[in-house]
Design a protein around this ligand. Structure first.
Ligand SMILES: [Zn+2]
Length: 397
């Protein structure tokens, strides 16, 4: 039914376009033969449609609809409809036919180029789309700005971060984008992508330069802060790591898991393990992060013994009951090994069940499209939004 409705709409659009074209032709005294040809092709198209041959019908419609000043908008609507229906090659033909027409006014010429670029993107012809959009972006017409947004999406797709930054910076000179938080955040992410690569390659000063440039677009961006903490750790600036991590823990506590290793290592390098335990204790009081709890019980067990760690978890089980605390407590109970083998096996089994249940509840999820992931993505693979994926917390907490 949907297909029939779409083609009925198409039919009406073409027919209106044809009527407009005919009235336009009249004013320039079209020959009766031309009108007869159009009528013939129009009805041939209708015939194909009735015989359920939509591809042939579309070809006939495209041929029948004369490109003139009156039907340009109809062609644009037809091309966009074809692309949305997945008929990219036909959409390309429609838009190319429009652009071949001499004397197209600038606004419509821009629109036809943008639409053709979108066809190329949909068809995976990114090089062609890029060439077309670059021409538009170098001009001064209104189409320049949409061309820049499409160019950014191509560079993002191809992970070409330098040109993505150049185009985003140009977009941010326009008042419509300058204060847009999403576009500013994109600029930060592109610099972070470069910084991440440089960190892996050990080019620390260049990574720092990229992070600084990113901070120029949005201060205290979470990804920028996490990378800064990593960079400071690589550079041996342990006090800076601690300062950065404590700030992130205060503003975005659900991301603490990403920082625990860095924090523990930095406190340890400075010989301030007690301070770290005190920090972790205060943090867990506010949020029973499973990874933080596990680390805390391990640290207490190492420094004060398993008995003290068990007491610590037991008190948390009463004040902040959670699967994470229960699983950790069972682990320590099994370690203390004061039961017979049957009871130990039961404890292990119960702990496994709890951990499986907990693993299903945790992970990451996009707050926009609901995409679920086991790891943290800054760009959602589902809806392609930046910063929309967040850590899930244990249910009921
Ligand atoms: Zn999403």
């Amino acid at each position: 039914m949907e297909v029939v409705a779409i083609y009925a709409l198409l039919l009406v659009a073409i027919f209106v376009g044809w009527l407009l074209g005919r009235s336009g032709s009249r004013s320039i005294k079209a020959t009766p033969r031309l009108t007869r040809d159009i009528s013939h092709e129009y009805f041939a198209g209708l015939n194909y449609l009735l015989n359920d041959e939509p591809d042939e019908a579309i070809d006939t419609f495209i041929k029948a609809l004369e490109v003139n000043g009156e039907t340009v908008e109809t062609h644009l609507a037809l091309g966009s409809l074809l692309r949305r229906r997945g008929k990219v090659d036909k959409a390309i033909k429609v838009h190319q036919a429009l652009l071949a027409r001499p004397g197209l006014e600038t606004r419509l010429d821009d629109e036809a180029r943008l639409q053709l670029a979108k066809d190329y993107i949909s068809g995976g012809l990114l090089d062609r789309a890029e060439r077309l959009l670059k021409e538009l972006a170098q001009g001064e017409s209104q189409g320049k700005w949409e061309a820049l947004t499409l160019l950014v999406s191509i560079y993002q797709l191809e992970k070409e971060w330098h040109p993505a930054i150049t185009c985003t910076k140009e977009l941010l000179t326009h008042s419509a984008f300058r204060r847009d938080a999403e576009w500013n955040a994109r600029a930060v992410h592109y610099h972070c992508e470069l910084a991440e690569r440089l960190l892996v390659e050990g080019q620390l000063s260049e990574a720092r330069r990229q992070l600084r440039k990113g901070a120029g677009f949005q201060r205290q961006h979470l990804r920028g802060s996490l990378l800064t903490a990593r960079l400071e750790h690589e550079s041996g600036n342990y006090n800076s790591v601690i300062r950065e991590c404590r700030q992130i823990a205060a503003h975005s506590p659900s991301y603490l898991t990403q920082l625990l290793d860095l924090m523990a290592a930095s406190y340890s390098k400075l010989g301030r393990d007690d301070e770290f335990i005190a920090f972790l204790d205060g943090f867990i009081d506010k949020q029973a992060d499973p990874a933080a709890l596990q680390l805390m019980s391990r640290l207490i067990a190492e420094t004060e013994g398993v008995g003290r760690a068990t007491e610590y978890l037991r008190s948390h089980l009463f004040t902040q009951p959670s699967l994470a605390v229960a699983a950790n407590l069972l682990e320590l109970q099994a370690e203390s090994n004061q039961y017979d083998s049957a009871i130990l096996s039961d404890i292990e089994k119960i702990r496994e069940v709890l951990l499986t249940h907990l693993a299903n509840q945790l992970g990451f999820q996009c707050s926009y499209c609901g995409y679920e992931a086991r790891q943290l993505y800054w760009l959602c693979p589902g809806c392609h939004r930046w910063d929309s994926i967040q850590p899930k917390l244990e249910k009921g907490r």
